[in-house]
Design a protein around this ligand. Sequence first.
Ligand code: 5GP
Length: 181
Amino acid sequence: MEHISYKGLEFEPYIKNEEIQKEVKRVASEITRDCGNEKPLFLCVLNGAFIFAADLFRSVDFESEISFIRYKSYSGMSSTGEVKEVLGLTESIEGRTVIIVEDIVDTGLTATQLIESLKTKNPKQIKLATLLFKPDSSTCGLVPDYVCFNIPSKFIIGYGLDLDGLARNLPDIYILSKDNK
Ligand code: 5GP
């Protein structure tokens, strides 16, 4: 893995795809242990979680469904602090176990708002699975149920995560380099 550059910014290699796959399998087995008999609905939060959700969903072999929802709170490299629903949920989740699948929990604002809105639809329970968690950025006291990696409060790209729409197709994860001025 080598340094890469997007929009004039340098990024360093951070997590290799093989490591990601190992942690995805670990989280899949934790979900299987907790929710394997629940016929849960996996709810992938677009756009960033689509690759993680595809790998996670293919790593569980119990009966389950997947659906997609889209919120927007980021512009460039910082959160706007305002979360907008762009694509909503159409399925009924009444009495069901819902597993939210996030790419990253940063301030926790997006996931907290989503959980609050899902609770009004009377699910049996809501679980939150995230590829990445920045515990030091969390402002909502939200702790995800399933986490592949805890990371520092730095900007990440690759494996679904973007910089203004770019870099989602990188198989590995990269972190903003200290060398950027
Ligand atoms: P939160 O609402 O928890 O502050 O942010 C959630 C969303 O912000 C994530 O779903 C993701 O789209 C975006 N985000 C937060 N941190 C990063 C990051 O380090 N890199 C990228 N590419 N997006 C991030």
